[in-house]
Ligand binder design. Sequence first.
Ligand code: CTP
Length: 403
Amino acid sequence: MSVLKGKHIILGITGGIAAYKSAMLARLLVKAGAEVQPIMTPSAKEFITPLTLSTLTGKPVISEFFTANTGEWHSHVDLGLWADAMVIAPATASTIGKMANGVADNMLVTTYLSAKAPVFVAPAMDLDMMAHPSTVRNIALLRSYGNHIIEPACGELASHLVGKGRMEEPERIVARLEEFFSSSQSLAGLNMVITAGPTYEKLDPVRFIGNYSSGKMGYALAEEAARRGANVTIVSGPVSVSAKNPAINVVKVESAVEMLDATERAYGAADVIIFAAAVADYRPAEMAGQKIKRDGHEPPTLQLVKNPDIAATLGAKKRAGQFAVGFALETDNEMDNAADKLQRKNLDMIVLNSLRDSGAGFGTDTNKITIIDRNGSRTVFDLKHKSEVAADILDHISSLYHK
Ligand code: CTP
């Protein structure tokens, strides 16, 4: 039985010669047991009739914002929420450009902009259009939003020119979807909460105690997890990076107390929680209501109090089936300190960064990690870009979580 059985799939069809292949794609998806809702752009209807698609899928094709004779409104928001995946095949240069830049002038692009589900895009166009810097840039933008690009194949095109631009065959597109939902790396449907960035602890209305955390590691984890189909909430301290994948739910906080509060609220529904934030261990005992003045005053002595340990607080409340991951940033006695933190905070896995490794830790684009499991086994990784490190960490979580 196919993993696509019972899955809700929006099939977006745009106006290109390859639209004739969408009929076969619709049929294969239905045969695999998926519920398929076709959405056509106005120009797609020049290439294939809505009747063909509605007959094959058993659902009326949606193309306009509302049905002309009844005035019935088609909610792109509801559709976006209904879907487990959205597949746009064929995707023309024009639609790809609209998707990349938010030009919501038809039902397909509007639904795309509302969709929280993973999106698969199968471009089809002439080789020169495919190679144009504008198309290349737009496809790169779609990738940055976490969309999956199903690369076109090389071969004879509608123009009779030979090159890259042929839409991938429907069988291969279905195989790609099946792989997405069944792969051991898949996080489809998993609820994940990630803490990220530093916390700022206020001294007075204009000053704070903070740290150099950039949030890059936490955000890289959020992007990669969302790309693999997880429902991601990131509870983020003040950072300059932002989430690119619109499916990521971002909750902004400032202090450790606020971060604990927000994380606790998301924690109940979480399957996997990753504590990637660099939480300030202490905060000023009191916050001055007015700016602390310099003139005529002795330098103040700061009285600090302990902040809550978010990982330890929530680790203690972990229920069966929840999987908790922490980070340990160490300068010495790294392995023992990290293993100790794993125990103390009731984590299932801890990611160790050593500040002795150059290119690892705060602010950098790269990281070098060692993963320690609950049973004490250690996996050492090379220095890599944080997006690749995120993929390694999620692979490791998948393998342990699915066990
Ligand atoms: N952590 C947390 N809340 C805190 C402190 C840490 O949730 N108040 C989490 C971090 O997100 C990380 C793990 O605990 O996943 C370890 O953080 P780290 O700062 O290395 O450990 P500490 O417990 O603060 O220990 P120390 O600073 O003494 O090394």
